[in-house]
Design a protein around this ligand. Structure first.
Ligand code: ZN
Length: 267
């Protein structure tokens, strides 16, 4: 089965049984990833991970991938040339327009597959608004799913290696090695002060950080630890987990009080 929705004709899409099935929107980014990785890194990763997951699906799984949205909310990397950022308002509007089109086609489920940490809060808010506005069951699959390594990494890298470090470098070495400049790979762990409180870049008490405040090169982590072998292992383990998750979502139903109040496309 061809799981790429946009490879099908409108008449084929109209004829799909939509009782089960989920439309997946991969969301990438175009933003600085240090002096050694392409700005397209997040878009390459999320697209490749989804390709690998689709290839691992059971034959009859009703999972339909849209083309990857290449741009998203990247203003934490503003000031680094090549970063292309959509505003909060623009990305929110794009997501709502895509969701409306998906609902109008008669689908019942939409999942965001997010490859970029800067989108997490926005996608969660948009997903709930879309659920309320269109009746679509909406799901957020966040970047933590894509960078859960099946091999040990140091505590320091796990905590502070969240951008262009060991894992992202490994993934691009596996996906697009010609675009990686390992001779420019650097190590940088941001000097976040230990205040004795939960205050950090993320989590329950967070600062709204900008990359340029914490890293001159744009790297957060140890890029020199990246290898294609690690990237391939990470892709293989993530593809299986993602395929299982998407299969479950494809037939997931709402709560038992759900009256199916969809504005269009009720099946
Ligand atoms: Zn990234």
């Amino acid at each position: 089965m061809n799981h790429y929705l946009s490879h099908h004709t409108w008449t084929e899409i109209a004829a799909l049984n939509k009782t089960n099935g989920v439309v997946v929107l991969p969301v990438g980014a175009v933003e600085q990833h240090g002096p050694h990785l392409p700005t397209l890194t997040d878009t390459l990763i999320v697209s490749h991970m989804l390709d690998a997951a689709l290839a691992a699906l059971p034959e009859d799984a009703a999972v339909w991938a849209l083309p990857t949205l290449p741009f998203s909310k990247s203003n934490e990397h503003t000031g680094f040339p090549g970063t292309i950022s959509l505003s909060n308002q623009t990305l929110n509007a794009v997501l709502h327009d895509i969701a409306r089109s998906v609902a109008d086609a008669g689908f019942r489920r939409l999942a965001f597959l997010n490859g970029h940490g800067g989108n997490v809060a926005l996608l969660e808010a948009a997903a709930r608004d879309i659920r309320a506005a269109t009746g679509l069951m909406c799901f957020c699959l966040q970047p933590a799913l894509l960078v859960d390594p099946p091999f040990p990494i140091s505590d320091q890298e796990r905590r502070l290696g969240f951008h262009a470090g060991e894992l992202e470098t490994s993934l691009i070495l596996a996906i697009a090695p010609d675009l990686v400049h390992m001779n420019s790979a650097v190590v940088h762990y941001a000097d976040f002060p230990d205040t004795g409180t939960p205050l950090f870049f993320f989590g329950s008490a967070a600062t709204a950080w900008l990359g340029r405040d914490w890293s001159v090169t744009g790297v957060f982590g140890d890029a020199t630890l990246g290898t294609a072998q690690k990237g391939e292992a990470l892709i293989a383990s993530t593809a299986q987990k993602l395929a299982t998750l998407l299969t479950v979502i494809s037939s997931f139903e709402g709560g038992s009080n759900d009256d199916g109040r969809q504005t269009t496309g009720k099946v």
